[in-house]
Design a protein. Structure first.
Length: 430
């Protein structure tokens, strides 16, 4: 059986000669014994062999003749078939036993329906939901959302499910078209290309998992190109940041908490999960007199070590030692609730842009850092990127930067004109 390195197989297979120790005969029948959970089950291979032609230690034919060597290959094939039956039973959800595997080898076992796409999707979600150190709850939820879209897609084409092995390029094309063209109740319109891509990528991950487990032989995603559309990163200008900071928000405590969560990421660049999971012990005063954040990023697991800007420090001190936060730095809010209230905040302060928490990270990169002349390599470190190309996405030329360039050029032009005027007047006086 193929298993991970260091992992013991859940069963053992042994080939032996029947009644060899009790009866002395010219030939004995070769039997196969499957042992699982200390319970044995045997069956005959209906092949006879002389005791002197059998390796009793390794359970194989001694390769004394070409025929006996060929029979050893047959034994290996039997081991392979046992593995296949074990895998099939495993993903059927049935309780596996040595007897059940034996019956499958003899053609007496229960007829198992082929693993379906939705059924395997459920198994994959169950697997990753137990790996809490590798998969955050929002990631698992996105796989569930992908499954929900598959169910709706199947309903639209008149089926409830499909065999995993039947998933092909045509079905992927139809699913992609469904995502891009079907009205989405949550969005109020069909989803856009990059949103659809996220669901297609999740499906691709599940299919790759089925490939690794040898449940399918062919990858349906071969030749299927997931197209990306380069979108403009929405960020706030300096004036828009001031509007949000200075507005009273009607003295609404809920909106004020959401604003604090949002502004903390505007001045730290932290993703929502990292900001909300930030604990007090992750912030400490260093010898330079500044507070520093030290954490492992949830998305990449890469370490992040950044100084706390003064505006972020004020928010940190505001919520310091709040017992209801149980050691967390910021109020405990869901991403959905934050984004919903950010929409209200945008309407209150008069900002037309669609506000989401991730806009804070774009604002930190563009407005707080790059527009202030901070080197892109330093910005990359502050954002926790390991690849500079990822940071370059934020390095778009903004209207303010163009205005600054024009101002510098106009200033230089004015200086040149003044110098020329002085020279002209000097020449005239002489």
């Amino acid at each position: 059986m193929k298993v991970k390195l260091g992992e013991r197989p859940p069963y053992s297979v042994k080939f032996f000669l029947s009644n060899y120790t009790r009866e002395k005969r010219a030939e004995h029948t070769v039997h196969c014994r499957i042992c699982m959970n200390r319970v044995k089950s045997e069956f005959s291979l209906f092949v006879n062999v002389k005791p002197e032609d059998w390796d009793h230690v390794n359970g194989r034919f001694l390769p004394n003749t070409k025929h006996l060597s060929h029979l050893n290959f047959k034994l290996s094939e039997i081991e392979g078939r046992i593995e296949e039956h074990y895998q099939e039973l495993k993903y059927s959800g049935m309780a596996i036993s040595a007897k059940l595997i034996r019956n499958k080898m003899l053609g007496k076992g229960p007829t198992l329906s082929a693993t379906t796409l939705l059924k395997f999707f459920d198994q994959y979600i169950t697997e990753i939901s137990h790996k809490t150190e590798e998969y955050e709850a929002p990631t698992v939820q996105h796989y569930r959302a992908t499954r929900d879209h598959l169910i709706k897609f199947f309903k639209s084409v008149g089926i409830t499910d499909m065999p995993l092995k039947s998933l092909n390029r045509n079905m992927l094309d139809r699913f992609e078209t469904y995502l891009l063209s079907t009205h989405n109740d949550q969005l109020g319109r069909p989803m856009k290309r990059n949103t659809a891509n996220r669901y297609l990528i999740k499906l691709k991950v599940v299919v790759n998992n089925a490939l690794r487990k040898e449940l399918i032989a062919k990858n349906p995603f071969v030749g299927f190109r997931i197209k990306y559309v380069i979108t403009k990163k929405v960020h706030l200008t300096t004036d828009e940041i001031k509007l949000i900071k200075k507005h009273s928000l009607g003295e609404n405590p809920a909106l004020i908490r959401v604003r604090d969560v949002f502004m903390f990421s505007v001045y730290t660049g932290l993703r929502f999960t990292d900001a909300l999971n930030l604990k007090s012990q992750s912030i400490s005063m260093h010898e330079d007199g500044n507070y520093w954040i030290t954490l492992d990023q949830a998305k990449t697991d890469d370490p992040l070590h950044i100084p706390l800007l003064l505006d972020a420090e004020k928010i940190y001190l505001k919520y310091m030692n709040r017992p209801e936060l149980k050691g967390h730095v910021l109020p405990r809010l869901s991403n959905q609730k934050v984004n919903l209230n950010l929409k209200l905040i945008g309407e209150l302060v008069g900002i037309q842009k669609k506000l989401t928490h991730h806009v804070a990270r774009h604002t930190f990169a563009t407005t707080i850092m790059l527009e202030q002349g901070i080197d892109i390599k330093a910005v990359s470190k502050l954002l926790g990127h390991t690849n500079l190309k990822t940071t370059e996405i934020y390095a778009q030329v903004t209207r303010k930067q163009l205005s600054d360039v024009a101002a510098r050029l106009n200033k230089k032009s004015a200086q040149v004109s003044l110098a020329q005027q002085v020279i002209k007047e000097t020449v005239n006086q002489s």
